[in-house]
Write a protein that binds this ligand. Structure first.
Ligand code: 5GP
Ligand code: MG
Ligand code: MG
Length: 178
């Protein structure tokens, strides 16, 4: 595994503890309800797989694919919907699960889109919240790990499609990689 430019930031153990905590909070908040959990591909795929197993409620799962970043590490503000849900959200309790809240453009656009389909309730959960990067007023209902700034990879998150399979999360500086 190439390690240049990668600095370990959040260990798999730390991630697992936050996922457990989120699972417990969500299970408590939605007790007695049925939940439709929506994974935002691709970055959330590992977080989603771990989180649904930490939720002790009956859940349905579905997937959307949204792309906001080009090949670089800065947001474009343009959100492209590449794959829609297969299930109806109307009248259901829906929880959107994403990897990271950065500018907020992606989740805000997805939230508006699903809200228009009249779910019974609609909330969002992110593993990572990059506080200083926000360019919208959007906040997630459930947050695993907050940090100020920097570009992170691993545990589902990529840089130009690399690093998604790393078990830990790393700060990545493209300028230092070869
Ligand atoms: P936003 O629309 O909030 O600016 O960006 C959200 C999306 O951009 C995330 O779902 C993620 O795919 C990507 N993104 C934002 N910040 C980072 C980061 O630090 N690392 C990686 N790998 N992707 C990021
Ligand atoms: Mg994403
Ligand atoms: Mg990406």
């Amino acid at each position: 595994m190439p390690t240049q430019g990668l600095e370990k930031s959040y260990s798999r153990e730390h991630i697992a503890r936050q996922v457990q905590r989120l699972g417990e909070e969500i299970s408590r908040d939605y007790a007695g309800e049925e939940l439709l959990v929506v994974c935002v591909l691709k970055g959330a795929f590992l977080f989603f797989a771990d989180l649904v197993r930490a939720i002790s409620l009956p859940v349905n799962v579905d997937f959307v694919r949204v792309a906001s970043y080009g090949p670089h590490t800065q947001t474009t503000g343009l959100v492209e919907f590449r794959k829609d849900l297969e299930m109806s959200v109307t009248g259901r309790h829906v929880l959107i699960i994403d990897d990271i809240l950065d500018s907020g453009f992606t989740l805000e656009a997805l939230y508006q889109k699903l809200a228009g389909r009249k779910p019974e309730s609609l909330k969002t959960c992110v593993l990572l919240d990059k506080r200083q990067a926000r360019q919208t007023a959007f906040e997630a209902d459930y947050v695993g790990i907050s940090f100020d700034s920097g570009f992170v990879v691993g545990y589902g998150l990529d840089y130009q499609e690399s690093f998604r399979s790393l078990a830990d999360i790393y700060l990545f500086d493209p300028a230092q990689s070869v």
